[in-house]
Design a protein around this ligand. Structure first.
Ligand SMILES: [Mg+2]
Ligand SMILES: [Zn+2]
Length: 184
């Protein structure tokens, strides 16, 4: 079974600009498409896992998010197999509030991926710019890479340290993460 790379979105594929409410706010980090192509060619499945609490906060709707992901899919040449998101927030409104199992660092979206896409965790990797991206891998056989292309790395590293988690690798950006991964 093919291994899967689970990718955070904001700060990993596209620049971290706060809430992305429309396709016009998407700015792909240079080198992203080529890095994904290399992973794809090396036999990895590619799945985006993203917290989108802007929906719970009433900043945008599911249909807006779908438009953002349609644009992302187009700009990344269809290399991503699926985009899974958590729309919730503990203080959310309109049925999106309260605790949910899918908001990172919870592992719920990874389990969704396993059920919906029949992905295997074996040999898999999580790449993200936030501590919570990597913490969702706790207890699962996934390697973790912290990229420095989004949130300030020192603060995220400190959160990881406080949680007793050491990334398998840290990289400047997705391109450097893929260099490491494909080096074996
Ligand atoms: Mg991020
Ligand atoms: Zn959720």
């Amino acid at each position: 079974m093919k291994p899967t790379v689970f990718l955070d979105r904001d700060g990993t594929l596209n620049h971290e600009v706060g809430f992305v409410t429309s396709p016009a706010q998407l700015a792909i980090i240079p080198g992203t498409r080529h890095a994904l192509q290399r992973l794809h060619d090396a036999g990895f499945r590619l799945v985006v896992v993203t917290n989108q609490s802007g929906i719970a906060r009433g900043l945008y709707r599911e249909s807006d998010l779908a438009a953002v992901h349609a644009r992302l899919h187009q700009e990344l040449d269809g290399l991503i197999e699926a985009y899974l998101h958590c729309p919730h927030h503990p203080d959310g409104q309109d049925g999106y509030g309260g605790d949910c199992p899918c908001r990172k660092p919870g592992p719920g979206v990874l389990h969704q991926a396993r059920e919906l896409l029949a992905v295997s965790f074996e040999g898999g990797v999580i790449i993200g710019d936030s501590a919570r991206d990597l913490l969702m891998a706790r207890g699962l056989p996934l390697r973790t890479v912290l990229v420095h292309s989004g949130k300030p790395a020192a603060a995220e590293r400190e959160k990881l340290r406080a949680a007793g988690c050491t990334p398998d690798h840290e990289a400047r950006d997705l391109t450097a993460a893929v260099d490491w991964l494909l080096r074996g």
